[in-house]
Design a protein around this ligand. Structure first.
Ligand SMILES: Cc1cc2nc3c(=O)[nH]c(=O)nc-3n(C[C@H](O)[C@H](O)[C@H](O)COP(=O)(O)OP(=O)(O)OC[C@H]3O[C@@H](n4cnc5c(N)ncnc54)[C@H](O)[C@@H]3O)c2cc1C
Ligand code: FES
Length: 323
């Protein structure tokens, strides 16, 4: 149950590496490409073990009108999506969606703070250029484990100059989240994209600074957790259904494959629609969502089935009103 995507045929127009583990890929789509805003993403039908699987990538700024540019990080523990994207060469055909946007700039604030961690720069880069083009004041802080892993770092510095600060982990430089928030004017807004630990730190710092929740916006890529994926077992209370969740499967996928009707939308741990109650469990929950608060995660009574999983072991869950 999610919004309908409009799919198009496309061909790869160009490919090049923009960091040691990030490949930029340009796509020329059939038909007219509607105008889209910074923060948009597109979906691709990738092939994983011969089966079509959707993977999502943010649109990055391109000088070529009518084309879509994405930057794909090659995932160390990939089930195959990013590896597939890295096999693409100029001329290759692919099915992709038109852009959709769930991470839009509000344009209502007089000042913006943009924080990017690693590949999280992809939606943020276009936002920074758009703010600069409209003369809206902003500061972009972009951090990664090393400069070699920072896609577009030199372009961003050249284009945005003093509005940008890079933080190179290899040089012991880190984003001072609390300090950046303290320096943000009262009615300023914060946009952040990066790994789950970074988003959790930003959410906690924003809350403890007493800032309004509506002025913090974030996007997660739903691809990082605290534990490596292991198999686990889940029994659905009062349904007589027990499902084994494979390491390469989400709990949501396993429940739906077993015939449990689930409600979901974002599939990246943001909306909370897929949340289930955890009645009992032997294993620890690897909360990979940004929907529940730190206290709720600590309590361990609910989890988002689309991204969160048990580190191992088994649990009994209640899917509530669902048939
Ligand atoms: C809105 C949006 C925008 C995005 N933009 C970008 C972008 O611009 N650039 C980019 O590189 N990526 C982006 N992503 C992430 C991208 O869609 C893929 O998730 C990413 O490429 C990894 O896919 P994969 O198949 O290679 O790896 P996966 O197999 O999905 O593995 C990726 C990570 O997920 C973990 N994982 C493995 N199996 C599971 C499982 N069963 N359940 C949960 N986690 C698991 C692995 O530990 C690994 O660390 C975006 C995602 C979203 C939702
Ligand atoms: S579907 Fe949105 S949090 Fe799971």
């Amino acid at each position: 149950m999610r919004s309908k995507l409009e799919w198009r045929q496309a061909r790869v127009a160009a490919v090049c590496n923009v960091a040691s583990d990030v490949r930029q890929i340009d796509f020329a789509l059939e038909g007219r490409l509607p105008r889209f805003d910074p923060g948009s993403h597109v979906n691709f039908q990738t092939q994983i073990s011969g089966a079509p699987v959707t993977r999502t990538y943010s649109c990055v700024p391109t000088p070529h009108p009518g084309q879509i540019r994405v930057a794909v990080k090659l995932h160390e523990k990939s089930r195959g999506g990013s590896q597939f994207m890295w096999t693409l060469a100029p001329g290759d055909p692919i099915t992709m969606s038109l852009p959709e946007n769930r991470f839009e700039l509000s344009w209502r604030a007089p000042y913006y703070l943009l924080l990017a961690g690693g590949i999280g720069i992809t939606p943020i880069y276009g936002m920074a250029l758009a703010l600069q083009a409209r003369g809206v004041p902003f500061r972009l802080v972009y951090g990664a484990r090393s400069k070699a892993l920072m896609a577009y770092a030199d372009d961003i510095l050249a284009q945005l100059g003093t509005s940008v600060a890079l933080r190179d982990g290899e040089q012991e430089e880190f984003i001072d989240v609390a300090g950046e928030i303290a320096a943000l004017p009262d009615n300023g807004e914060l946009y952040v994209c990066g790994p789950i630990p970074m988003l959790n730190a930003v959410k906690a710092a924003w809350e403890s600074a007493g800032r309004p929740p509506g002025r913090l916006r974030y996007e997660v890529f739903g691809d990082s957790g605290a534990f490596a994926e292991d198999a686990f077992e889940v029994t659905v209370a009062n349904r007589g259904v027990t499902v084994s969740v494979r390491p390469d499967q989400s709990l949501l996928e396993a429940l739906m494959a077993a015939g449990v009707d689930m409600i979901y939308d974002c599939q990246r741990g943001e909306c909370g629609l897929c949340a289930v109650d955890v009645v009992d469990r032997t294993g620890e929950i690897d909360h990979r969502d940004v929907f529940f608060s730190a206290e709720e995660k600590e309590e361990g009574k609910r989890m988002c089935a689309c991204v969160s999983r048990l580190a191992s072991g088994r649990a009994t869950i209640d899917v509530g009103y669902r048939p």
